[in-house]
Design a protein around this ligand. Structure first.
Ligand code: NAP
Length: 307
């Protein structure tokens, strides 16, 4: 059966990824867009979620491509109306919001999916399988990008709940928590906050690994020139490097696999599967590390940031 879907928030990620991924999947039909400013050619347009729920009761799934701060209210309303809900990452601005949404999905007998698009990058399952047969000695995440290039004019990332550099950094943590054969916890964090902003522009994290591996992450939004989204791992039996955010894997210095960006296609395939199974998928472990970084992090003030 084709699932009827409404997309809420017609911004950067909706246009770059959601709309093409939905169009490419015969299990889905994009029926409506909810947007305060924009419209999508060929589909119904509503300015509010209430209007959508009233006028198109036949639409069963709502995909929320809005920033984390307003997401809870939209998700809770959609779940209470008996709709399946797909959440962009991060799934909320706090953990408690996410637990409430999980309970609401259960009470209303619908599926909720906290998407982690980077986990669905082509090379991630290969690194996971490779690591499952090895002992990690050192793991280093380097996620350095230019905030002006990837988030032009987006003020919400600098507001409470917007997470600052953890907005991309959580993608690395979503891969880390997927590929590691066991859980780790955050031991230390140093966060750099521009003195005029509420969220960090850079972070250094150190994890406690039960096997004693040296495990660190550095996130930085001030990188101009080449951009870096790498995870390097040294093990008892060779080294691996996952780069391009999960789309390229080198093992022993040689190319093992190159991907070609199926992340959002894979997310919509997974959502269709969850609905068929009557299941939900709301893994909050990447978000736990971010919340722990805000809890444990030593705060440093740095230069003001303006777009
Ligand atoms: P964006 O372009 O700044 O915003 C998306 C849309 O959300 C806006 O166009 C607006 O849509 C709606 N919106 C903004 N503020 C709102 C508010 N207060 N209340 C209701 N709706 C609001 O952001 P984005 O880059 O697409 O990111 C959205 C989410 O996707 C974030 O959680 C982000 O982490 C995630 N994401 C982004 C990227 C990326 O490359 N940008 C990649 C992966 C995931 P209308 O004008 O249509 O109402």
């Amino acid at each position: 059966m084709v699932e009827k879907l409404a997309l809420v928030g017609i911004g950067k990620i909706a246009r770059d990824q959601h709309i093409p991924a939905i169009a490419g999947n015969p299990d889905w039909s994009l029926e409506a867009a909810v947007s305060r400013h924009a419209s999508v050619d060929g589909v119904d347009h509503f300015e509010t979620l209430d209007e959508l729920l009233e006028k198109r009761p036949d639409i069963n799934t709502i995909s929320l491509a809005i920033p984390p701060q307003p997401r809870f209210e939209y998700a809770a309303k959609a779940l209470r109306a008996g709709k399946h809900v797909m959440l962009e990452k991060p799934p909320g601005q706090s953990l408690a919001e996410c637990y409430t949404l999980e309970a609401l999905a259960k009470e209303n007998g619908v599926s909720i999916f906290a998407t982690w698009h980077s986990r669905y990058a082509d090379c991630v399952p290969y690194l996971k399988e490779w690591l499952s047969r090895r002992t990690i000695r050192r793991l280093k995440i380097t996620w350095k990008e230019d905030v002006r290039r990837w988030h032009p004019g987006q003020e919400w990332i600098w507001e409470p709940g917007g997470m600052g550099v953890f907005d991309p950094g959580i993608n690395a943590l979503s891969i880390l928590t997927e590929v590691l054969p066991y859980p780790v916890h955050l031991a230390e964090a140093v966060l750099e906050f521009p003195e005029n902003r509420a969220t960090p522009i850079a972070a250094n994290l150190t994890f406690a690994d039960p096997g004693g591996a040296d495990m660190t992450a550095v996130f930085d939004w001030r990188q101009e020139g080449p951009q870096t989204w790498d995870i390097e791992v040294e093990t008892n039996d060779g080294n691996a490097r996952l780069s391009l955010g999960g789309e390229r894997l080198e093992i022993g210095g040689k190319l093992f696999k190159e991907g070609s960006n199926h992340e959002y296609a894979n997310l919509y395939a997974r959502m269709a599967e969850l609905i068929k199974l009557g299941a939900s998928d709301l893994d909050l472990t990447p978000m736990v590390h971010v919340c722990d970084a805000f809890s444990l992090g030593r705060r440093l003030n740095t230069e003001p940031f303006e777009f």
